[in-house]
Design a protein around this ligand. Structure first.
Ligand code: AP5
Length: 211
């Protein structure tokens, strides 16, 4: 977990390869739903995501249960962006209980706010495969083109200044209490997310061994 733009997706994608378990990003699941033509869910979800508001807990609970019950999650998974409310903590407890699983660790990335602004304003994403780039720190080989699939890179619609401000507020109001809940369970490990991607990954992997 961590605030918008702190590097959760970048790190989780790398940890997925390292640990051999799927990266389950609720943000990515919702963006795919928005893009699916003819889906009833897409327009409903878009209203929340593009304003920086949280999608209702009940709907998120159904999405996460469906995802974690798939075969590829049996050996574990990396959750990115879930849970984000105390209600979602309870939902996750219920899903994990049904599956006979427990959370191993909750890793929380932290960086100064100025760095978050820099990261979000320079982010470019691939609408086709979800790869994430940055104009300065992780530029694609060809400007504006995804290295992985060749699609044209875009700026996420929720990366405008107004929506970023709303996402930060929602994070402070609704998601920081989640960190406190996991701290009181002894699961939370705070990680300095500032610096090179590889250096942050090394801190995360060492954090994984600390509980
Ligand atoms: P989501 O997609 O989860 O957005 P977020 O939490 O705001 O996080 P971001 O994806 O913006 O950032 P990130 O931390 O993954 O950073 P990244 O690695 O891309 O959710 C989007 C929306 O969906 C929510 O606002 C909400 O509406 C909805 N939603 C999602 N989950 C929900 C839930 N559970 N309940 C209800 N609603 C939900 O990095 C950012 C940039 O920095 C990139 O350009 C990257 O290249 C660069 N970068 C990364 N690391 C470094 C580094 N070490 N040094 C320099 N640059 C770096």
């Amino acid at each position: 977990m961590g605030p918008p733009g702190v590097g959760k997706g970048t790190q989780a994608a790398q940890m997925q390869a390292l640990l051999g378990v799927p990266h389950v990003s609720t943000g990515n699941i919702l963006r795919v739903a928005i893009q699916q033509e003819g889906s009833a869910l897409g327009p409903e979800v878009r209203r929340f995501v593009e304003r920086g508001r949280l999608v209702p807990d009940g709907l998120m609970g159904d999405l996460i249960a469906e995802r974690l019950e798939r075969k590829d999650s049996v050996a574990g998974f990396i959750l990115d962006g879930f849970p984000r409310t105390l209600e979602q903590v309870d939902i996750l407890d219920g899903v994990l209980g049904r599956l006979g699983l427990e959370l191993d660790r909750v890793l929380m990335l932290k960086v100064p706010e100025a760095e978050i602004v820099r990261r979000l304003s320079g982010r470019r994403t691939c609408p086709k495969c979800g790869s994430v780039f940055h104009l300065e720190s992780r530029p694609p080989a060809t400007a504006g083109v995804c290295d992985a699939c060749g699609a044209e890179l875009v700026q996420r619609p929720d990366d405008t200044e107004r929506v970023i401000r709303e996402r930060m507020k929602v994070y402070a109001d609704q998601t920081l209490p989640v960190a406190e809940a996991y701290r009181s369970r002894g699961l939370l490990i705070e990680i300095d997310g500032f610096g090179e991607v590889d250096a942050v990954r090394a801190r995360l992997t060492s954090g994984l061994g600390k509980v």
